[in-house]
Design a protein around this ligand. Structure first.
Ligand SMILES: Nc1ncnc2c1ncn2[C@@H]1O[C@H](COP(=O)(O)OP(=O)(O)OP(=O)(O)O)[C@@H](O)[C@H]1O
Length: 254
């Protein structure tokens, strides 16, 4: 991959869009320092509030940035270990980021589970395999809410969900941003979906950025033929929902 130049301001939503295999997830992994071996960053910098992340070891990243950059992935089951309850993992994450008494952390975890629309006590006591995909993705966002990162990287967070749960996860990310002021990098293959949601979109193809700009501009006057192709190819989520619900868009619940 070459020539990837992205910038996200606090409180901004940037969508990284492109077809399967274009390099979106590897871009996120490179930002997070999680590129699978033998892949590595050979040139360029990744700066987070002035700190060059490439210069940090994995341990330094975890320690210094663990709670400042949050992630949500397509594989929601991978966000939680099946060996511990969701609640105990939220508590652990919170206490690692901010030392505090277990009781206080538990209360905060319950509050955040409630805020993301889950039955808090039940979700807290559940193992990941006891929750649905939509519920688990909400629990992962409860963790984001709890840790209040400055940047959230969401890699296709709705792709594995049904259309209604996906819509509610998108809305939830907006709510979290309103509460925390975090910047969000959303990775998606659906340009029409993100145009309704993000401030700016960057379009990737074959490991390169082909176009980047404000969503309003891309919607009406995308200049690259590949962007135009994506615009023509993907139905927006609202269109799909209207079809799915026979013309009625209902409030989404997982
Ligand atoms: N571990 C790896 N080793 C070598 N090549 C890889 C590895 N992971 C991904 N790739 C290649 O890098 C390219 C970009 O992959 P990436 O997963 O970033 O695509 P993507 O745009 O996120 O696709 P998708 O939407 O399907 O997740 C692909 O050609 C893929 O085959």
């Amino acid at each position: 991959m070459k020539g990837i130049d992205l910038e996200i301001a606090p409180g901004e939503r940037l969508a990284l869009v492109g077809e399967s295999g274009s390099g979106k997830s590897l871009t996120a992994s490179a930002i997070l320092g999680l590129l699978p071996a033998p892949l590595r960053v050979t040139a360029g910098t990744v700066r987070f509030q002035g700190t060059d992340l490439a210069g940090l070891s994995r341990k330094e990243r975890r320690k210094g940035l663990g709670a400042r950059i949050g992630c949500v992935f397509q594989d929601y089951r991978g966000s939680f270990s099946p060996y511990h309850t969701v609640g105990s993992q939220l508590v652990e994450a919170l206490r690692t980021a901010r030392p505090m008494k277990r009781k206080q952390a538990k209360q905060m975890a319950l509050d955040s589970l409630e805020q993301v629309g889950l039955p808090a006590e039940r979700a807290y006591a559940s193992y990941s395999f006891q929750l649905s995909g939509g519920q688990l993705q909400r629990a992962a966002l409860a963790c984001v809410l709890l840790l209040r990162p400055e940047l959230l990287i969401a890699d296709e967070p709705t792709t594995a969900l049904d259309i209604v749960s996906g819509r509610s996860v998108m809305q939830l990310m907006l709510d979290i941003q309103r509460q925390t002021g975090c910047g969000i990098l959303l990775i998606s293959h659906d340009l029409n979906l993100v145009l309704d949601w993000a401030d700016r979109a960057a379009v990737m193809r074959k490991g390169r950025l082909v176009e980047e700009g404000p969503c309003d501009v891309l919607r009406t006057s995308a200049s690259h033929p590949y962007t135009q192709e994506l615009l023509a190819a993907c139905p927006s989520l609202d269109d799909a929902l209207h079809r799915h619900e026979g013309g009625h868009v209902h409030e989404a619940h997982c």
